[in-house]
Design a protein around this ligand. Structure first.
Ligand SMILES: [Mg+2]
Length: 248
C-alpha cells in the first residue's frame, strides 16, 4: 500500500465527480483502539462506576473490553457481580460511568493514533467526499465525551452506538440505516467502509456487506487481524491513503 497519491489512476480521479455505485460513500470508524487511545479511561471508569453504583468491586478483572459494546459489558459485569441487569440498574451505572470517565479523560494520557487526523482531513477533502460516521460499542454520550477530549467529535455527523443495540452487528446495521437517511438514499454494502481494531469490527462490517479496514493500533495484533481477511489490514493509518480507501 502506498502512503501517497502518486499511484492513483488519473482515470479514476476523472470519474470521481460522478461516483459509480461501487465507490465509497460512507466511512464508519470505531473509537477505542482505532481513532483514539483514552489511556484506559473507559476501563477504569467501568470498574469504578460499578462499585459506586452497587458497592461491588473487582468485577472487571475477568472481562475483555476490546471490541465489546458498553451494554454487553454491563450485562457481563452484572452477572459476575450478582446485580440485576435491568433498565434501572443500567441507568444508575451509566450515570456514574459518565462522571468517572470525564474525570479520567481529564488526566489526558491518551490521544489520536498515528495517521488518524490526517486520514480524516484527507477523506473530507476528497472530490465527492464520503461522509464520516461512527460505529462504536460506546454509548453515545460516552463517545461524545471521549472524542470531544481530542477535538474529534464534530467530524462525525452521526453514528451507531451501544444505545442502538447491545449486539455490535446490529449497531452496524443501525449505522448503515442512519447513513442512508443522512444521504437520503439506500446505501449498498460495498459503498461503506468499516474501520476498526478488532476481529469484532471486521465481523460487524461483513454483517452489513461493507468493506473492512483493520488497524493494529488497539485490541489485536496485525497477524490476528489478517487472519480474519479484512479488505485492508495496516499497522496504523499512516500506511494507507484516503484515495485508496475510497477506490478513486
Ligand atoms: Mg475498538
Amino acid at each position: 500500500m502506498t502512503d501517497s497519491y502518486g499511484s492513483i489512476n488519473p482515470d479514476i480521479q476523472q470519474t470521481a465527480e460522478h461516483p459509480k455505485c461501487d465507490t465509497v460513500r460512507l466511512v464508519l470508524f470505531d473509537i477505542d483502539g482505532t481513532l483514539v487511545s483514552t489511556g484506559g479511561a473507559g476501563m477504569k471508569a467501568f470498574g469504578e462506576a460499578f462499585e459506586a453504583a452497587f458497592g461491588v468491586g473487582d468485577v472487571t478483572g475477568k472481562i475483555k473490553f476490546a471490541g465489546r459494546t458498553d451494554y454487553s459489558l454491563f450485562r457481563e459485569m452484572c452477572r459476575y457481580g450478582g446485580v440485576d441487569c435491568n433498565s434501572e440498574t443500567r441507568e444508575s451505572f451509566f450515570t456514574h460511568y459518565l462522571r468517572l470517565v470525564d474525570s479520567h479523560l481529564k488526566e489526558n494520557t491518551g490521544g489520536p493514533f498515528p495517521g488518524v487526523v490526517r486520514m480524516l482531513d484527507d477523506l473530507a477533502a476528497m472530490p465527492n467526499a464520503p461522509i464520516l460516521g461512527l460505529l462504536t460499542g460506546n454509548i453515545r454520550e460516552g463517545a461524545r465525551r471521549k472524542l470531544s477530549t481530542y477535538g474529534l467529535w464534530d467530524r462525525f455527523p452521526f453514528g451507531g452506538f451501544s444505545d442502538d443495540n447491545e449486539d455490535r452487528n446490529l449497531i452496524a446495521a443501525a449505522a448503515k440505516t442512519k447513513g442512508g437517511e443522512y444521504l437520503e438514499c439506500s446505501l449498498k454494502g460495498p459503498e461503506i467502509v468499516v474501520v476498526g481494531d478488532t476481529p469484532r469490527d471486521i465481523e460487524c462490517g461483513r454483517h452489513i456487506g461493507a468493506l473492512t479496514l483493520a488497524v493494529a493500533t488497539g485490541g489485536a495484533t496485525l497477524e490476528a487481524l489478517q487472519a480474519c481477511e479484512p479488505d485492508w489490514s495496516v499497522p496504523d493509518l499512516t500506511h494507507l491513503s484516503a484515495a485508496e480507501i475510497c477506490g478513486r
